[in-house]
Design a protein around this ligand. Structure first.
Ligand SMILES: [Zn+2]
Ligand SMILES: [Zn+2]
Length: 307
């Protein structure tokens, strides 16, 4: 089975501390990768974890707070060391174009590849914002102090393949083959039903990942992340600081776990820890009280989805 893997490159919020860098995740689907947020130090982590940067197709920035963004200028301008020529797409809230252009212009950066920057406004969400032959990406609104976007990545699965001997054995017409490839049973000339299970190879099951950072507790997120295989939801604080979380428009452990439970996701990863915490183990145990399949996201950790 082709890989569908999330690697945590940074798991802290606001500033790097206790060995934890700033938010950045890398999703790899087969031989393509997608970068989600790019906090300061992301390049350092890419080198440490031997990430193949030229495989990155697109970058998705959740919002313009510096902890999610300040790694981007360095990441974009150092591609010439890796001989990148392939175009790169960047998605983020309004203002991201200005930020990138100012940084690149002021530092006399020369890019050897085309950069396409897409600003996602409030009116654009929820919607499909990107697709290639591996994934489709949906953006949806989050509630934070500044415009913020969540992302859902759905794997595309190939159409069904007909078994080589089926066409002759069942004397299938071109239209019947098309029907079967689309996942529908067909009626044969003798009146019998030919099922897709009989005529086709087994269909791969699509995998999915959702990234929710930063946000206050918000049940309207649930419909956008329903039943994903893997959910990342920010947990800036453990639950005793729920009032601080509300004031700063962040979430606590129990709130993230509640959202995971309501959305019936398969697995929850947590992160975006406040710099006040040296020991983050209580985060996982608090989440597990509500959603047992909760896991700490820590720099370098890898989560593979295998179906
Ligand atoms: Zn943040
Ligand atoms: Zn923020």
């Amino acid at each position: 089975m082709t890989p569908f893997r999330v690697r945590i490159l940074g798991s802290n919020s606001s500033q790097a501390s206790f060995g934890r860098f700033l938010p950045s995740h890398l999703l790899t689907v087969d031989n393509k990768s997608y970068l989600i947020d790019c906090g300061e130090g992301t390049q350092f982590q890419m080198t440490k974890y031997k990430i193949k940067r030229n495989r990155i197709q697109a970058v998705f920035i959740s919002h313009l707070h510096g902890d999610h963004l300040f790694g981007l200028p360095g990441f974009l301008s150092s591609f010439h060391h890796f001989n990148r020529y392939e175009a790169l797409r960047i998605f983020g809230p309004p203002g991201i174009k200005q930020f990138i252009n100012v940084c690149l212009d002021a530092s006399f950066a020369h890019l050897g590849y085309s950069l396409y920057i897409h600003e996602i406004t409030e009116n654009d969400v929820p919607s499909l914002i990107f697709e290639d032959n591996k994934i489709e990406v949906f953006a949806f609104p989050l509630k934070h102090r500044v415009p913020t976007i969540g992302f859902r990545f759905n794997e595309k699965v190939p159409k069904l393949n007909i078994k080589p001997d089926a066409i002759e054995r069942y004397r299938l017409s071109v239209d019947q083959v098309k029907e079967l490839k689309s996942g529908r049973n067909v009626i044969l000339s003798d009146g019998n039903v030919l099922t897709i299970q009989e005529a086709c190879f087994e269909k791969a099951i699509a995998r999915s990942y959702a990234y929710v950072s930063d946000t206050v507790y918000d049940e309207s997120i649930v419909e956008h992340i329903k039943e994903v295989d893997l959910l990342f939801h920010e947990t800036t604080y453990i639950h005793d600081l729920v009032n601080d979380a509300r004031d700063r428009m962040h979430s606590t452990t129990k709130e993230a776990a509640e959202i995971a439970k309501k959305a019936k996701v398969k697995k929850l990863i947590i992160g975006h820890y406040s710099s006040r915490y040296a020991d983050i183990t209580p985060f996982e145990s608090e989440c597990k009280e509500i959603f047992p399949d909760s896991h700490m996201g820590v720099d370098g950790y890898v989560f593979d989805i295998i179906k």
